[in-house]
Design a protein around this ligand. Structure first.
Ligand SMILES: Nc1ncnc2c1ncn2[C@@H]1O[C@H](COP(=O)(O)OP(=O)(O)OP(=O)(O)O)[C@@H](O)[C@H]1O
Ligand SMILES: [Mg+2]
Length: 451
C-alpha cells in the first residue's frame, strides 16, 4: 500500500487487537485499538479514521450497532466486520446494513490486507459515488424493466441499493421472471457500467469444462488445451460477472469459486501463479438454493457469500397488474420487429391475458404476444390470436381450469357471434340456434361486450 492510513480496530480480545495493529504498523499504517464499541465510536468521532475493522460480538454495544451509528454519522468511512463462523448470518445482515464486507475468523492476513486496501479504495471513491448516486436516481425509471406493481418495485428498490456497492447479489425467481434482465440492470446502474458484463450459464456448460470456462487455462494443462485461454473472471475484470443457474454447479467447483470470491485471486487451470481480478459477481438461480444447502448439494459457505444481497423477483401471477403493461410493451416490440406496425389489444384479449397462470412468466407472455402478432393481420389482437387453449395434461389443475375457462369463453364468444351472423342479428333466432334463453344470451352479449 502506497498511502498511509489510519485504521481503527474494535476488538475485545486484546491479543487479537494487538496482532492486527502490528500487522498494519508493519505495512506503514497507523492503527488504534478499542476494546468496546462505545469507546471505538467516540474515537472515530473525535479523532477520525480512514477505515474501521470491528468485531461483531463485543461486550456492550455490538459491532452491528457500531456500524449503524457510523453509517448515520460518518457514512463514508468503510467498515469491515469480523465474525466467527457461526454468526455468518449476522455478518450478511451487516453487509446489508452498509458494512463494506466481512471477514470470517480465523482469516488469512494477506486476504485481510487485500480487503482493507480495496475498502480504502472504495472510501476514496465514496465521495464520487454520492454524485453518481444522484445520477442513478435520474436513471432509475429503468427503461427496459417494465412493470409498476409494488412487488416488482420492491425488488427493483433492492437492486438499486445494491448497485453502487460491490456486494454480491443473488437474484432468484422462477423461470422467465427476468433474472438476467435484472443482472444487466444491476451492471448498468453500477459504477462499473462502462466495464464488461459477462454472463456464464453454469447449467449449459459441461461439468468438466466449466472450471476452465470460469478461470481459464494454460496451454497444455489438459488434453485438448491447445492454447492459453482466458477465463470469464478475467474477461469480466472491472465489470460484472453474471453466474446464471449457479445451483447447477458441481460441488468441487463450488469450493474453487468460493476461494476465488473470498480472496479475489484466481488461478488458471494449470497456471502457476494466482492473480487478482476486480470483478463484481451477480448470481442467479431458479432453484431453491436454501433447500439445496439443506440437501447437501450446495455449499453453505458459498451460499452465504453469494447471498449478501438477495433479490427475489416475484412470479408474474403475483403481480398481475404488470400484465397489461408488459403485453403492450411486447406488442410494440414485436409489431416493430416484424414490421407489422402498431397493434391494439381488444378488451377480451387483455382480460384473458390477465387471467392466465403464466408458469413461464414474462418469457411465456412475450412468446404469446409474438405469436399473436405473427398470426394477426389487422391492427388488433383478439382472443383468437392468443391461442390460449387448454394445454397438455402436465399443467396443474389450477392452471388447467383457468386455461379451460378462457378457452370456453373464447368458444362461447365465437358461437354467439356466429349465431348472430347466421340470424342476421335477430337475437330470438340466435337463441334458438344456440339453445339458450333470451336472458342468458343478453347477459353474455353484455359480459363479453359483443356487438
Ligand atoms: N419486467 C420486464 N420488462 C420487460 N421485459 C422483461 C421483464 N421481465 C422479463 N422480461 C423479458 O422476458 C424474457 C425473459 O427474461 P430473462 O431471460 O431475464 O428471465 P430469467 O429469469 O433469466 O429466465 P430463466 O430462469 O429461464 O433463465 C427476456 O426477453 C426479458 O427481456
Ligand atoms: Mg436466465
Amino acid at each position: 500500500m502506497a498511502d498511509k492510513f489510519k485504521i481503527l480496530i474494535i476488538e475485545d480480545k486484546k491479543s487479537m487487537a494487538e496482532m492486527l495493529a502490528r500487522t498494519f504498523h508493519a505495512e506503514g499504517h497507523s492503527a488504534i485499538t478499542s476494546g468496546t464499541g462505545e469507546e471505538g465510536l467516540q474515537k472515530i468521532l473525535h479523532e477520525g479514521a480512514d477505515i474501521v475493522l470491528t468485531d461483531l460480538k463485543l461486550p456492550g454495544m455490538s459491532g452491528l450497532q457500531v456500524l449503524r451509528a457510523l453509517k448515520e454519522k460518518r457514512p463514508l468511512i468503510p467498515v469491515i466486520m469480523m465474525t466467527a463462523f457461526g454468526s455468518i448470518e449476522t455478518a450478511v445482515e451487516a453487509v446489508k446494513a452498509g458494512a463494506y464486507d466481512f471477514l470470517t475468523k480465523p482469516f488469512d492476513t494477506s486476504h485481510m490486507l487485500a480487503l482493507v486496501e480495496k475498502a480504502l479504495e472504495s472510501g476514496k471513491l465514496a465521495a464520487d459515488n454520492l454524485v453518481l448516486r444522484e445520477e442513478f436516481a435520474q436513471e432509475l425509471s429503468f427503461p427496459m424493466i417494465i412493470g409498476k406493481s409494488k412487488a416488482l418495485m420492491d425488488s427493483l428498490e433492492l437492486l438499486k441499493k445494491a448497485a453502487p456497492t460491490r456486494a454480491t447479489v443473488l437474484i432468484t425467481g422462477e423461470s422467465g421472471t427476468g433474472k438476467e434482465l435484472f443482472a444487466k440492470a444491476l451492471h448498468h446502474l453500477s459504477p462499473r457500467k462502462d466495464g464488461p458484463f459477462v454472463a456464464v450459464n453454469c447449467a449449459a456448460i459441461p461439468k468438466d469444462l466449466l472450471e476452465s470456462e470460469l478461470f481459464g487455462h494454460e496451454k497444455g494443462s489438459f488434453t485438448g488445451a491447445e492454447a492459453r485461454r482466458l477465463g470469464k473472471f478475467e474477461l469480466a475484470d472491472k465489470g460484472t460477472l453474471f453466474l446464471d443457474e449457479i445451483g447447477e454447479m458441481d460441488p468441487a467447483l463450488q469450493a474453487k469459486l468460493l476461494r476465488a470470491l473470498q480472496g479475489e485471486m484466481i488461478e488458471r487451470v494449470g497456471g502457476a501463479e494466482p492473480f487478482s481480478v476486480d470483478v463484481r459477481v451477480a448470481a442467479a438461480s431458479n432453484r431453491d438454493l436454501e433447500k439445496a444447502v439443506r440437501d447437501g448439494r450446495f455449499r453453505e459457505d458459498l451460499y452465504y457469500r453469494l447471498n449478501v444481497f438477495p433479490v427475489r423477483i416475484p412470479p408474474l401471477r403475483e403481480r398481475r397488474e404488470d400484465i397489461p403493461l408488459l403485453a403492450r410493451h411486447f406488442l410494440e416490440l414485436y409489431g416493430t420487429e416484424l414490421k407489422k406496425g402498431l397493434f391494439e389489444l381488444s378488451a377480451e384479449a387483455l382480460d384473458a391475458l390477465s387471467g392466465v397462470e403464466w408458469k413461464g412468466n414474462v418469457r411465456e407472455l412475450a412468446n404469446c404476444i409474438e405469436r399473436a402478432v405473427i398470426i394477426a393481420d389487422r391492427g388488433e389482437i383478439n382472443l383468437e390470436h392468443l391461442g390460449l387453449t387448454p394445454k397438455a395434461a402436465e399443467e396443474d389443475t389450477g392452471g388447467l381450469q383457468r386455461t379451460a375457462s378462457i378457452a370456453a369463453r373464447a368458444a362461447e364468444i365465437e358461437a354467439i357471434k356466429g349465431a348472430l351472423a347466421a340470424s342476421g342479428g335477430n337475437k330470438s333466432r340466435a337463441c334458438e340456434l344456440l339453445g339458450v334463453s333470451y336472458k342468458t344470451l343478453l347477459t353474455k352479449i353484455k359480459d363479453y361486450g359483443i356487438g
